[in-house]
Design a protein around this ligand. Structure first.
Ligand code: ZN
Length: 216
């Protein structure tokens, strides 16, 4: 069982809901349309690792990509949430990595198959410590960045998100119940690219949190 500590509270991690194509420049770099609604997929909690742990490169892929994302922690059960209850349900913020097997994903997309095998593999979700919403009011224009071996690869602002955190929570809760301990990965800015074994990845969202991990 994976748990998250936020101040004195312990949350058991439930489902991990991920948003695809939430930054215009990233949708375009992969040749995708900018979506009308958030594009949603899931990861199970078993793939989650904390900052400081290793990402294990699966032997069946030759193209693992980094995706740095703002992550929301859901603090209460909600269904069909309105603006206010969606905002209230967000308990905290973190920075996360949605590691993706781009070669596998391209094959699956070509066949019209679900993305599961490109997105779900052990260690494919990395998470930093969380900051409580009580302790930090998100402004929405914080810098979000990722570097590999000290070289900046992704550098953007949360202001470039197409769907805001509250809009995302509202939308997901209109399709499935969100429960205390669920995580939402809110999509990655432009600049995604390959990682290699031995790479050290650092990711940060200004004023929120940072993480470090290594690919093995
Ligand atoms: Zn992603």
């Amino acid at each position: 069982m994976k748990t998250i500590k936020l101040n004195s509270k312990i949350f058991t991690v439930g489902k991990i809901v991920c948003v695809g194509r939430n930054y215009v420049a990233h949708a375009k770099e992969l040749g995708n349309e900018v979506p009308e609604f958030p594009l949603i997929f899931l990861k199970p909690p078993s793939v989650l690792i904390r900052s400081g742990k290793y990402i294990i490169y699966p032997g069946y892929s030759n193209e693992m990509h980094h995706e740095v994302e703002l992550v929301l922690l859901i603090g209460e059960t909600i269904k069909n949430a309105g603006q206010k209850s969606a905002a209230n349900a967000i308990a905290g913020y973190a920075v996360g990595l949605d590691m993706t097997l781009r070669d596998i994903q391209s094959e699956l997309k070509k066949k019209g198959h679900p993305w599961t095998l490109a997105k779900v593999f052990d260690t494919s979700a990395v998470i930093s410590n969380f900051v409580s919403k009580k302790d930090y009011q998100i402004k929405g224009d914080e810098n979000i960045s990722l570097s590999i071996n000290g070289q900046i690869k992704q550098n953007s602002s949360l202001a470039n998100m197409i769907f805001s955190p509250v809009e995302i929570v509202k939308y997901i809760s209109s399709k499935m119940t969100l429960e205390k301990g669920d995580l939402i990965y809110t999509g990655t800015p432009a600049g995604v690219g390959k990682v290699e074994r031995g790479d050290v990845i650092n990711a940060e969202i200004e004023n929120i949190s940072s993480l470090t991990t290594e690919v093995v």
